[in-house]
Design a protein around this ligand. Structure first.
Ligand code: SAH
Length: 342
């Protein structure tokens, strides 16, 4: 938008105030971990809606505002009211803990808005203010558990059928993801975590590290390290997130760490020498192209597609398809790239 456009838009906005909905993720629950934009969005709002605990955190910003303290089960109502108020010209901030897009208000709000005929061209605009989610907060407190592939699964069956949840647990346990379990247990939902453990134990070692973080960055913060086979003995509740390590995750000196994989390439104990067959800045010898060469060689040596599928724990169709599209031997890419993400 040019400066002139902005000026016109501002003048129009003054003539007939247009409301706005802001979904504000305030992080785990301490003022220090809230973003500047989150604070500004709340300061900008005419109406602030949220649970009492979160409203308290921003008490200093609420002077002269309409404050709506809400309970747990009224998410759709809240979105409907926010839209009504915004249509009436108000700026409404809906406060979520963590990130509003992670098991938060963002989804229900869009659903309600679309249902009401809203489109992105509507004068009422929706802004989502990102915040640090529980998994970021909890990970930071226990060490570095998420430095390799991870995923989040909510054990809440309030809106999701159990077979869907169980299938996802089974799939990620098999696929060796680090997992953050949200909504692991409540007063009424006590068996879900036991079933999750049962599914995980089919694929992971009983001594797989588990961290249970309760009320991260809040007054009653509590951290407990345990293992997969014992995790259900721990105190787990509505305000806990359960982090389950992958097959490489370890705990040392009270810190849970998931290796990035540097040890695959470098001799970490011997001055970080590059291992034989590996090159800094290149894919591993077992990366895609190197692996395809190996696969091709194994196939040529007489391994059947079914053997190779079993050996590499991959679907037969996938092995067959990759063998049908061979790499030229020695074609392994020569382009260097950084291993870190900066
Ligand atoms: N939008 C939130 C998640 C809401 S679902 C976010 O992005 O973090 C509620 C679940 O989040 C809780 O049951 C718990 O598993 C987790 N959670 C939220 N805040 C937490 C905190 N401060 N410490 C530990 N877990 C937390």
């Amino acid at each position: 938008m040019s400066e002139i456009d902005t000026g016109v838009a501002a003048a129009e906005a003054e003539a007939s105030p247009v409301g706005k909905i802001m979904l504000v993720g305030i992080g785990p629950g301490s003022v220090e971990h809230m973003t500047q934009r989150a604070r500004d969005a709340i300061a900008e709002a005419d109406v602030v809606v949220g649970y009492v605990t979160y409203i308290k955190l921003v008490a200093d910003l609420l002077d002269g505002k309409e404050v709506v303290r809400k309970g747990m089960t009224e998410e759709l109502d809240r979105a409907v009211h926010a839209l009504e108020a915004a249509r009436a010209g108000k700026k409404v901030a809906l406060i979520s803990s963590g990130d509003a897009g992670v098991y938060g208000m963002a989804g229900p709000t869009y659903e309600v808005l679309f249902q009401a005929g809203w489109t992105p061209d509507d004068p009422v605009q929706l802004e989502i203010v990102p915040g640090a989610s529980a998994l970021n907060a909890c990970a930071a407190l226990v060490g570095a558990p998420l430095t390799h592939d991870f995923c989040a699964i909510s054990l809440s069956d309030l809106l999701t059928p159990w077979p869907v949840i169980a299938r996802r647990l089974d799939a990620v346990a098999y696929a060796d993801f680090v997992v953050a379990l949200y909504n692991p247990k409540s007063g009424r939902r006590t068996r879900q975590i036991v079933e999750a453990q049962r599914l995980f134990l089919r694929h992971r070692r009983p001594d797989t590290p588990v961290a249970i973080v309760k009320s991260a960055y809040r007054r009653r913060q509590h951290i407990e390290f345990t293992t997969l086979d014992k995790m259900t003995d721990s105190d787990i509740g509505m305000l806990s997130t359960v982090l389950i390590g992958n097959s490489s995750t370890f705990v040392r000196d009270g810190l849970m760490v998931t290796p990035r994989g540097y040890a695959n390439k470098y001799d970490v104990e011997q001055g970080f020498e590059t291992r034989d067959g590996e090159k800094a800045g290149r894919s591993l010898s077992t990366g895609l192209l190197g692996w395809l060469e190996t696969l091709q060689a194994q196939h040529t040596e007489g391994h059947t597609v079914a053997d190779l599928a079993r050996l590499h724990r991959l679907p037969v169709e996938y092995i067959a398809a990759t063998l049908a599209e061979p790499v030229e031997v020695g074609a392994v890419a020569a382009v260097g790239e950084a291993e870190g993400e900066g």
